[in-house]
Design a protein around this ligand. Structure first.
Ligand SMILES: [Zn+2]
Ligand SMILES: [Zn+2]
Length: 171
């Protein structure tokens, strides 16, 4: 199992990965679907399905909300976006991961697992970034398995705080 890279995905790499994954799902890569993926890749702030719909309308690519939701559902089940639970919005996953072939390995539930995400939410400017903490969460998952007999499959953690730009002493 390859290790997660230390640097976040570029927008181009994200789009490429997402489109390959959607195609592997059997979805046609229509213009609206490509635009949704591109918007998510470029966004620095979490977006709701309605935000996406409005932005696409501004780009003269009108898409109905149901279609936006459907793409988001696929992207979420592919672990390509994260729901920001407290906001009802989504962000693109900034970490690369090869599509998971085996969703549950019952004998080694947490071995090599990569569906662990830590989202950093800035309360100042609303930006969301993703931290590299997969290993620690995997260890925590292992503990859950041993101590609580709970078999974790994936997880995400939202950490609220101040981004580097919002930490200036004048603010
Ligand atoms: Zn992620
Ligand atoms: Zn900030």
């Amino acid at each position: 199992m390859s290790r997660l890279p230390a640097t976040p995905l570029s927008a181009t790499a994200y789009v490429e990965q997402a489109l390959v994954s959607l195609k592997a799902r059997g979805l046609r890569l229509t213009t609206p679907r490509r635009r949704v993926v591109q918007l998510l890749a470029d966004a620095t702030h979490p977006l709701s399905a309605y935000d996406i719909k409005d932005l696409l309308a501004q780009q003269n690519t009108p898409v109905d909300t149901v279609s936006v939701y459907r793409v988001l559902e696929h992207l979420e089940s592919l672990h390509l976006i994260h729901k920001v639970g407290s906001m009802g919005k989504v962000v693109a996953c900034q970490r690369t991961h090869t599509p998971c072939q085996q969703t549950t390995n019952t004998s080694h539930p947490t071995e090599g697992h990569h569906h662990w995400h830590v989202l950093l939410l800035c309360v100042g400017c609303g930006q969301v970034s993703e931290a590299e903490a997969g290993e620690h969460l995997a260890q925590f998952a292992q503990r859950l398995h041993h101590e609580q007999q709970f078999m974790p499959q994936s997880g995400s953690l939202e950490v609220k705080g101040w981004c580097s730009q919002c930490q200036s002493p004048t603010s």
